[in-house]
Design a binder for this molecule. Structure first.
Ligand SMILES: C[S@@+](CC[C@H](N)C(=O)[O-])C[C@H]1O[C@@H](n2cnc3c(N)ncnc32)[C@H](O)[C@@H]1O
Length: 274
């Protein structure tokens, strides 16, 4: 594992551990699947195999950018590709080697900062473009590929610039940047409808989280007043932050009507002409 700087994502780690997930991306639901945790896991497997199937014939080497727990790389390795993973999160590095084998190649680095002489046939991004600096994204893609190489990606995009998931690329801007850098859109699929059930499943768990938080704080307030006083004294800001996340931010993030109105979830294959 080559090392640079660890950027630990506690939110992603919590989701993975609390729900026993082996992927950190949305799931691709089919119409007949009821909204529950078991089907979320199945939908994640469906998403991974759908994304991997977009890697075109002739590709031998793949850089899995924002490789998370290594589930996408594992599928690629099993299909015979030569794969390297990359993420700035050391916990993801550990999980990557557990999933892909201790001899697998993992780079602990942000995409923007990654330096290598290797050029890859395919750069694959599973829900990771939104984490990457927008101005650095395509220049780095050019640096790490040769003419004839491709980019395969899935992510959610803003339909128009706004304050709903503002970290994400605006889709029209993303395509314009791709074309300006010399990439051609070879494949596009809108999967918004098929990923909306993820928000419904998450809302079920949010309701449990809200109840649990209310139960703990109410119990402390009523029965352990001194402990509640100390908790507020030392962790008051954090407690208010958790309350805000549970009752203000998360309900907005998980509002599927709001998501559908403002966002589009898409899979793309971009080709750099030979
Ligand atoms: C939502 S997770 C997706 C993980 C995995 N691709 C998957 O589909 O399950 C985003 C991943 O991008 C990584 N990441 C965050 N910032 C990054 C950056 N600047 N460059 C590369 N990867 C980054 C995170 O550490 C994480 O592994």
């Amino acid at each position: 594992m080559s090392k640079k700087r660890d950027e630990h994502d506690v939110g992603l780690k919590f989701l993975q551990q609390a729900f026993g997930l082996s992927s950190l991306h949305f799931g691709l639901f089919t119409e007949d699947q009821p909204y529950n945790l078991e089907n979320l896991r199945k939908a994640q497997v469906n998403y991974t195999s759908t994304l991997v199937s977009l890697v075109p014939d002739g590709v031998k080497t793949v850089l899995d950018v924002g490789s998370g727990l290594g589930d996408i790389s594992k599928v690629l390795i099993d299909r015979g590709y030569k794969v390297e993973g990359l993420s700035p999160d050391a916990y993801h590095g550990e999980k990557y080697l557990e999933s892909c084998g201790k001899d697998a190649v993992f780079h602990l680095s942000k995409f923007e900062d990654f330096r290598t002489d290797t050029r890859y046939d395919c750069l694959l991004f599973g829900e990771s473009p939104q984490y990457i600096d927008k101005d650095a994204y395509f220049p780095k893609c050019l640096e790490l590929t040769n003419p004839g190489s491709c980019i395969v990606l899935a992510d959610f995009f803003q339909k128009h610039p706004g304050d709903v998931y503002p970290k994400c690329f605006v889709e029209s801007d993303f395509v314009a940047r791709a074309e300006k850098a010399g990439f051609r859109v070879d494949y596009h699929r809108d999967i918004t409808k098929e990923v909306l059930p993820n928000l419904e499943v998450a809302r079920l768990f949010l309701a449990y989280g809200q109840k649990l938080f209310a139960f703990i704080t109410d119990t402390l307030k009523r029965r352990k007043r001194f402990l509640w006083f100390l908790a507020n004294l030392f962790y008051g800001r954090r407690i208010r932050r958790v309350h805000q996340i549970l009752h203000e931010n998360s309900p907005k993030w998980l509002d599927s009507a709001r998501f559908e109105e403002n966002m589009r979830y898409a899979m793309y294959r971009l080709v750099r002409p030979a």
